[in-house]
Design a protein around this ligand. Structure first.
Ligand code: FES
Length: 131
């Protein structure tokens, strides 16, 4: 385990002008080799996560956004983009909806993992990610 004193400070990476990120949409951006998705979830409030669904590590880009919640485009797991918390797990397989009891079997009684949250900051009209 790395001592807190030895941890490197986060790198701040500019993602672009906030005008490039209109509200209510999921935006996929690359930040120094790391794929992220960011969204303006309320007026001037941004959230960011790594573009990787914890179910099968597929990209979340293209998922539907509803408030702060994103639905994975592959099997419809639902996550909160601001906290990373899982809200619902694997709701669809092979295009067919799964009943809730089947989904409980799939997660084997464990709490499904969440998303990796990446802090995003607005400064002087630009959006930055801290990696
Ligand atoms: S890859 Fe996201 S729910 Fe399966």
């Amino acid at each position: 385990m790395t001592s807190p004193a030895l941890r490197r400070p986060p790198r701040r990476v500019c993602l672009g002008s906030i005008d490039d990120f209109p509200p209510g949409q999921v935006h996929q951006v690359g930040a120094q080799g790391t794929m992220l998705i960011v969204a303006q979830v309320a007026d001037g409030e941004f959230c960011g996560v790594r573009d990787e669904c914890p179910h099968l590590l597929l990209p979340l880009a293209g998922g539907a956004l509803d408030g702060t919640q994103i639905t994975c485009p592959h099997h419809a797991s639902v996550f909160d983009m601001c906290t990373g918390d899982n809200r619902d797990w694997v709701r669809v397989r092979s295009g067919l909806p799964l009943p809730r009891w089947t989904r409980r079997l799939l997660d084997r009684g464990k709490s499904p993992p969440g998303l990796t949250v990446v802090p995003v900051i607005v400064e002087d009209g630009k959006l930055y990610a801290e990696l």
